[in-house]
Design a binder for this molecule. Structure first.
Ligand code: SF4
Length: 657
């Protein structure tokens, strides 16, 4: 591999060779290789080499901006190492419009706009800017179409290969629009690094592909941290209607004249209130289990429930005494009224947002749903504050047809096992290469222990409170005994609060950092950075309490002494909600693997992601502890798992070696 800029480590040659073979034979590839094994650089170097030789372009998709930054940094390393073809190695990073639109970044209302709303807003600003009047429309756009002001920009970008953040800052200083300039740069680049949405949302994809101006079969798709993609697509293809939206609909209808419907029998706001009543009644019936006469049937409070397939729309028809044809007319009227409101707001220079438009679109989607691919749910996750109905997408393959159009696709992650699940979920048909590479790091540098006398299994901890007390004592002992940076992952904020309420936090005799549920990204980064400093100083070590499956356990690096002990409290099984049952049943029917694909595999990935924070290179050492006897069920995924009868002693022995 000519372009690879470093001395290849274990497995890296094999990864690059397999990618090369797949690209040459136009096949898709899905591979797992442990965290820190250098997947990004291997994939980048081998796909870039193929792209340059065969005149292809690469769409490199990532979940987070931090991953995107890493790709650009690696691209720079490749270029710095290959001076002879420096000019050909060119790529750009793009982020969502909310980040790249400078008007949106500096305006609290606009920054909350969806990509569709911002796209409409931007079109209008550009139209105004192109009009004859000098001070009209977006100033950044006006500057961006002024050739004198954009002179040398492309040269600067080609020379510097900035990350998306660096490019946005640069444009802000020059008063230019990074989003518009990026369209020109994309056309010239061999690699575009972007969030998943640029490929899996049809509207946004069209904008990207128009700028690229090459057919799909001349593009190679890379999906980084691929284990996130199925859920990402499920979210993208799910729709919700909450009481919050309906209350805004009522407010909006009244503000804009509240037109009447059904020959004056009903107003728009009256219609919204009726939908609100139906959602409340569905919640009372199916989530709270309240029977006629107010008797409560369900002993345990649920978070969500299935609603029979046509109950919501049948209820609307029967309460309004209308036919489905009239219901369709109402939906069309709502959408048309919403569009007028959007135009009106746009003329006022505001975000073209209309809740009534959202309501019309939701109802249209709801009545046309493919019910075998979606579950219809009534959800009350906030204790009655904002119940909603939801069409939850069960099948991510509804959004993956586009993958077949690419020359090839490469999907990778540190935790993908069982790989067949990923392939099946996404519907990657045909000859797809599935490979799992062993960890390149010395086995003896990692120890994974579990305690067999504790569990967070709900039915056991409510029967015997000693179990939870024992876990609290273990966490306190480990944190206090070892002067090492220690992270404790809880299965949920709820379980974490059981430890907090019992004053366990006060018993930790070293600096304790705690992730809070609604913590902003900047506050979280500050917390993590302060925690890392304790490890870097090689002193006392600190403790950090966090939740598994969150922003810390998936995606943050803690090399060397920044993290030496990871304690996982309980097994992070998914909550037994209706949504989860629907998913499991769907996978049972489609693949006969409901439990394995929707419970076991996602739980194993969360465990492995947390354990993976410990070892980032061949010199890292660390010990993980799982406080739950059910850990043995994951031996297939964690082959070095060992029972410990004395955790402190076993950790100490490992540390002393
Ligand atoms: S031209 Fe750029 S800065 Fe102006 S509205 Fe559009 S995206 Fe925003």
């Amino acid at each position: 591999m000519e372009l690879f800029p470093y001395k290849p480590r274990k497995n890296q040659d094999a990864i690059m060779q397999t990618i090369k073979n797949c690209l040459e034979s136009r096949r898709d590839m899905v591979f797992e290789s442990g965290t820190g094994s250098g997947k990004t650089i291997c994939t980048l170097a081998s796909s870039l080499e193929f792209a340059l030789e065969n005149n292809k372009k690469i769409i490199y998709t990532t979940r987070t901006n931090a991953q995107q930054r890493q790709v650009i940094l690696e691209l720079r390393a490749i270029r710095n190492n290959n001076n002879d073809i420096k000019g050909e190695i060119f790529g750009v990073g793009i982020q969502g419009r909310a980040n790249m639109c400078l008007l949106a970044r500096n305006d609290p209302e606009l920054s909350k706009g969806t990509s569709d709303e911002l796209s409409r807003f931007c079109s209008n600003e550009k139209k105004k800017a192109k009009s004859t009047s000098k001070d009209n429309g977006c100033i950044y756009f006006r500057n961006s179409i002024d050739e004198k002001k954009t002179e040398n920009i492309i040269d600067w970008v080609k020379n510097k290969l900035p990350t998306a953040e660096e490019f946005i800052d640069f444009c802000e200083k020059k008063q230019l629009c990074p989003y518009e300039l990026n369209k020109q740069l994309i056309h010239e680049s061999t690699i575009v690094v972007c969030p998943y949405i640029y490929v899996f949302d049809l509207m946004i994809r069209n904008i990207l592909f128009d700028s690229l101006s090459v057919p799909e079969n001349d593009m190679i798709l890379v999906v980084d941290e691929a284990h996130n993609l199925p859920n990402f697509i499920r979210d993208l293809y799910s729709s919700q209607l909450s009481m919050f939206i309906l209350n805004n609909c009522v407010f909006e209808a009244e503000k804009y004249g509240d037109p009447s419907m059904l020959n004056g029998r009903l107003t728009v706001s009256g219609f919204c209130k009726l939908i609100n009543d139906i959602i409340r009644d569905l919640r009372d019936t199916y989530v709270y289990g309240i029977l006629e006469g107010g008797i409560r049937q369900e002993p345990v409070r649920k978070e969500d429930a299935f609603i029979p397939s046509h109950e919501f729309e049948t209820e609307i028809l029967s309460r309004l005494k209308i036919t489905s044809k009239t219901f369709h007319d109402i939906i069309s009227d709502l959408i048309a009224f919403g569009e007028k409101i959007q135009e009106y707001r746009q003329k006022e220079g505001k975000l073209p947002r209309s809740y009534l438009h959202k309501l019309g679109l939701f109802l249209e989607i709801w009545i046309n749903l493919e019910t075998n691919q979606h579950a219809k749910l009534i959800v009350d996750a906030t204790g009655g504050k904002n119940p909603r109905i939801e069409a939850f997408c069960l099948d991510p393959s509804v959004g993956t047809d586009i993958i077949r159009d690419f020359h090839s696709s490469i999907h990778m992650s540190g935790t993908l096992e069982p790989i067949e699940e990923y392939r099946d979920s996404l519907g990657l048909i045909g000859d797809c290469e599935l490979v799992s590479y062993p960890s390149p790091f010395p086995k003896e540098n990692r120890k994974v222990l579990y305690a067999s006398d504790v569990t967070t299994k709900y039915s056991e901890i409510i029967k015997d409170e000693k179990i939870l007390n024992k876990m609290k004592a273990i966490v306190t002992n480990i944190c206090n005994f070892f002067p090492k940076n220690t992270m404790v992952f809880f299965p949920s904020f709820n379980i974490m609060s059981m430890f907090r309420n019992d004053k366990t936090f006060n018993k930790i005799n070293r600096c304790l950092f705690v992730e809070e549920q609604q913590m902003s990204q900047s506050a979280l980064m500050e917390l993590v950075s302060d925690f890392k400093d304790f490890g870097n100083q090689n002193g006392e070590g600190a403790a950090l309490f966090s939740v598994i499956g969150g922003r810390i356990s998936e995606g943050m690096d803690f090399p060397a002494k920044q993290l030496e002990i990871a304690v996982i409290v309980g097994i992070p099984y998914p909550k037994p909600t209706a949504r989860q049952r629907g998913l499991q049943r769907y996978y049972d029917l489609k693949f006969r693997k409901g439990w394995e694909y929707t419970v076991e595999a996602p739980t194993a990935r969360k465990l492995l992601q947390s354990i993976g924070r410990l070892i980032r290179d061949e010199n890292d050492r660390g010990v993980a502890v799982i406080l739950d006897k059910r850990a043995t069920r994951f031996k297939r995924y964690i082959s070095d798992l060992q029972e410990s009868k004395n955790l402190v002693e076993d950790i100490e022995n490992f540390m002393e070696k």
